[in-house]
Design a protein around this ligand. Structure first.
Ligand code: GLP
Length: 248
């Protein structure tokens, strides 16, 4: 596991974008796993800049997003499809048909989730999965207690996640209480994983993920099992880390 501690969010975005761009340039039909939330925004801004100024080409890139709320359309401003279009896809030369976000309006969620897994497999698996982290250690929408072997599934959100995410909605009652999410097992199948975290409210979750016991209580701790994980975190998100294992 590699842990890169950077000064601020802008540096986090630049460092992460370099890693993503290197992968995209090394492989045609690069399969990029994407995350929403405020954390990856600096990464998406930097990728857009690299596209505009340095010709970073998205024309053959394929993307799979981690998750989506249940019960809201992709046209809803708080849906993750809308977020991805606004924050990245609308500003680069990606083929929108090659961008996949779980369908939160699917009539048969179970069937949709199985299809999502097949679509990822048919593309050869995810080459690089970008992740944020919830303040309770969740990745995607895999809340504490989710099986570490889980596949794409429908899940209920914890009260703390609904509260955390309510800042983007008019009122807390508007926040969907269910979501579709890649499972922890799905995430661990990615060739490489890039987790971004910024802000003091993430410091405990980051330390638990990197240095705590591997437990479903902190879903991100499952990343300790993966051979190719990079954490890019800001200084304020690194304050609880001891990093003794790095120094040893
Ligand atoms: C949501 C998403 C996660 C994301 C988390 C943190 O719950 N499902 O993928 O990592 O929020 O969001 P933020 O980056 O805004 O703190």
């Amino acid at each position: 596991m590699q842990v890169i501690i950077v000064k601020d969010k802008a540096q986090m975005g630049k460092t992460a974008a370099e890693i993503v761009a290197e992968g995209m340039q090394a492989k045609e039909h690069f399969v990029l796993g994407l995350a929403t939330g405020t954390t990856p925004i600096p990464l998406y801004r930097e990728l857009i800049r690299m596209h505009r100024k340095e010709g970073l080409d998205f024309s053959t890139t394929i993307t799979f997003n981690l998750d989506e709320y249940v019960g809201i359309e992709g046209t809803h401003e708080q849906s993750y499809r809308f977020f991805m279009n606004r924050e990245l896809f609308d500003h680069v030369n990606i083929n929108k048909k090659a961008t996949h976000v779980p369908d939160g309006m699917a009539d048969d969620a179970e069937m949709f989730c199985a299809e999502y897994e097949s679509m990822i497999a048919d593309c050869g698996g995810v080459d690089c999965q970008v992740l944020g982290i919830g303040s309770n250690g969740h990745i995607g929408f895999n809340e504490p207690g989710t099986s570490l072997g889980s596949r794409t599934h429908k899940t209920a959100l914890t009260e703390s996640t609904v509260k955390d995410n309510s800042r983007l909605f008019e009122k807390v009652e508007d926040v969907p209480t269910e979501a579709l999410t890649m499972g922890i097992g799905t995430i661990l199948d990615a060739e490489s994983i890039l987790l971004l975290a910024s802000g003091a409210n993430k410091a405990k979750a980051v330390a638990d993920a990197i240095e705590g016991p591997v437990t479903a209580t902190c879903p991100a701790s499952a990343l300790q099992f993966h051979p190719n994980v990079t954490f890019v975190i800001t200084e304020d998100a690194a304050t609880v880390l001891k990093l003794e294992w790095v120094r040893a």
